[in-house]
Write a protein that binds this ligand. Sequence first.
Ligand SMILES: Cc1cc2nc3c(=O)[nH]c(=O)nc-3n(C[C@H](O)[C@H](O)[C@H](O)COP(=O)(O)OP(=O)(O)OC[C@H]3O[C@@H](n4cnc5c(N)ncnc54)[C@H](O)[C@@H]3O)c2cc1C
Length: 465
Amino acid sequence: MTQTVSGRVEALRAAMDGPVILPGDADYDDGRRVWNAGIDRRPGAIARCASTADVVAAIGFAREEGLEVAVRGGAHNSSGSAVCDDGLMIDLSLLNKVVVDPEARRALVGGGALLTDLDSAAQAHGLAVPAGMIGHTGVGGLTLGGGMGWLTRKFGLSIDNLLSADVVMADGRVLRASADEHPDLFWAIRGGGGNFGVVTSFEFRLHEVDPMVEFGLFFWNLEQGPAVLRLARELLAALAPDLNIVIAALNAPPAPFVPAEHQFAPGYALLVTGFDGTPAFAEIAARIRGDLPPLFDLVTPMPYVQLQQLLDEGNAWGQHCYEKGTAVAELTDAVIDVVAEQVPLKNFPTSIVLFYWLDGAYSRVDDDATAFGGTRSPQFAVAIVGFAPDADLLAPDREWVRNFWTALRPLALGSGNGYVNTMSEYGDERLRASYGSAKYDRLAGIKTVYDPGNFFHRNANIKPA
Ligand SMILES: Cc1cc2nc3c(=O)[nH]c(=O)nc-3n(C[C@H](O)[C@H](O)[C@H](O)COP(=O)(O)OP(=O)(O)OC[C@H]3O[C@@H](n4cnc5c(N)ncnc54)[C@H](O)[C@@H]3O)c2cc1C
């Protein structure tokens, strides 16, 4: 397969503005790397596209040559779907331009932009769109699966703020998907992942977000876990819309604000954010300190763009990762028991469990308005993530992730299969269950219209009907 790509690659080179990188080229090893260091694949060629026309050329080349295709946005997906062995990797990293229209409160975002690119460009005008919590995640994969972060309670998922997208289809056509143009495609790309084509440009609605936010990190030891979760349950029951709380089971970082005796200690944290100068933040910080004094805390204002990069270093490229997601409607005592039992069983200090609380604007969108998997009822999205520096150290935490997930499953909302963007492994039944049969069948019907040959299948794959 590699020889086939090499033999005809001059035609692709001539057709593209961006470079085509082959095995042996200086950029090749860097170009094929993805965020999850456990993925080591060698594409036959990397088409680093600089324009929509380049993407059309790359897709045409792959189609004519019968090549397997992988699409790379930010390369963050832990399944490694951004890279394939042999075949053609369509790399969108040069398509990272963000153009903000502050009057219209719109942003045009290249299909390979990172969250950092989007956050900084929008915040230059005091604006933002809800997205994820790690700056080096790609806007592309994150948005096409849903996109949740600090602003989701306030403004919904990323897809709830998507107005249109330019999509290069498997047959090379470039379609605009919006409420008025190809509305079925527009519905499908809001949750249905990279199944329908390559998005070269996203158009988002922006919201005013004060450039300074309040941030608090409160940390307790393992034994206090059940008490922390009960406190979070109480706080979340009446949480002001300008606040957000993420619950994390993690080891204390070796940061300057962490007393030396607690650095690396396993425990639980509440990460609290307050937007737009809300006084509710100070009240909740005082209440946490009063009700359950933490081992240590950090409470500080910071720029929104800094909040969006706060966890970048802890989630840096180069770790081996295996993750599974699920959802629970509430932190019932039974859920708390499972969490308290499973968290101490992890092997490596960097492995982590996160509970994202989704309600407010998230829940004001109808279940069927987008292809997002799962329901819009208030709930916790749960991510159980094994992180380790090498495959051997990750192996026990891969089992830990699976066991934890299995223990939570009887208590989970719906099928328990969770957010499609937190799956390191797919599988037909799992995906169908994650979307629900009715939504999956609707997606499969749209896939049949736009990609009947399943050209785009290296993803959370929806099979044509
Ligand atoms: C450490 C970490 C933190 C995370 N935090 C969050 C979070 O806070 N919130 C959240 O919602 N998710 C989060 N995620 C999940 C994240 O949304 C997914 O991993 C997502 O797939 C990453 O997108 P990407 O473009 O970087 O990935 P890639 O690996 O490049 O892409 C994944 C797949 O998406 C498709 N794709 C990407 N870009 C395009 C495009 N332009 N056109 C067509 N298809 C495309 C392709 O099928 C590709 O294979 C996190 C993941 C990790 C590993």
